[in-house]
Design a protein. Structure first.
Length: 247
């Protein structure tokens, strides 16, 4: 794994931003930082989760790249800490290749999961993908409504923020927000898996994790009602059971 340079004619400034890298391997941090710089990104490296969280209190990045094997905090717990503060994109970088680790990472709120060793250019591509989805959501076209109200809940797509009937706020990952908005735009209609994938831009990471993210959304929408807000229509897809008002 070595720093990469763009191919001839490629743009290094098509998308940029500040990226926090949290990995206890100094060599990996250096390679990622060098490659990101080539492609127009700024980055700050941390080898401890606590130091990154302290910096986030001062300045939020545009995205985070996180290793799971950190010395002071398990990476899964770090993802959870980030999700309690913000909805910014998070990509996991880990040597843990078992499917259960991938699923857990996505369940905790990661937007993508990449197994080590990796090509640094792949990280750039995946980073651009999650940032593009995030920026497109924040720049949603006028006339489509800025907030959805359903069953006492309020969802703000641009902020990736979900507010419960009691006023408690929680943040969704970009992938979760993409799927929830698709369901909210077509209430009481069965949306096929293909439709949901198309709505998400057929991103590979979304394809792998659609069921995990639907499950995570359901947990966040947990109510005492016997009727689930999101129903699985076996062999067909998913359906939001509530009426939705956009304002």
């Amino acid at each position: 794994m070595t720093p990469e340079t763009p191919g001839t004619g490629s743009s290094t400034t098509a998308m940029s931003g500040l990226v926090y890298i949290c990995d206890d391997e100094a060599e990996i941090c250096a390679i990622l930082a060098s490659t990101l710089e080539v492609y127009g990104f700024r980055s700050v490296c941390f080898q401890q989760a606590g130091k990154m969280l302290a910096m986030m209190d001062q300045q939020l990045p545009d995205a985070c790249l996180i290793d799971l094997g950190l010395p002071d905090m398990d990476g899964m717990s770090l993802i959870n800490e980030i999700r309690e503060r913000t909805s910014l994109p998070v990509i996991v970088l880990s040597a843990r290749s078992h499917s259960s680790d991938r699923v857990m990472g996505l369940e905790m709120g990661a937007d993508d999961y990449v197994v080590k060793p990796f090509d640094p250019r792949e990280i750039v591509a995946r980073l651009r993908s999650v940032l593009r989805r995030s920026s497109e959501r924040q720049a949603a076209p006028p006339g489509k409504g800025n907030a959805a109200r359903f069953a006492g809940w309020t969802f703000h797509p641009g902020a990736l923020r979900l507010v419960s009937p009691s006023g408690e706020e929680t943040f969704l990952s970009t992938g979760e927000a993409t799927l929830l908005e698709a369901l909210l735009r077509a209430p009481k209609r069965v949306l096929s898996r293909d439709y949901l994938l198309e709505h998400g831009g057929r991103d590979d990471s979304l394809d792998r994790s659609i069921d995990v993210r639907i499950s995570r959304i359901r947990k966040k929408l947990a109510t005492e009602s016997a009727t689930p807000l999101i129903r699985t229509i076996y062999g067909s897809g998913y359906m939001l059971t509530s009426q939705v008002d956009w304002a």
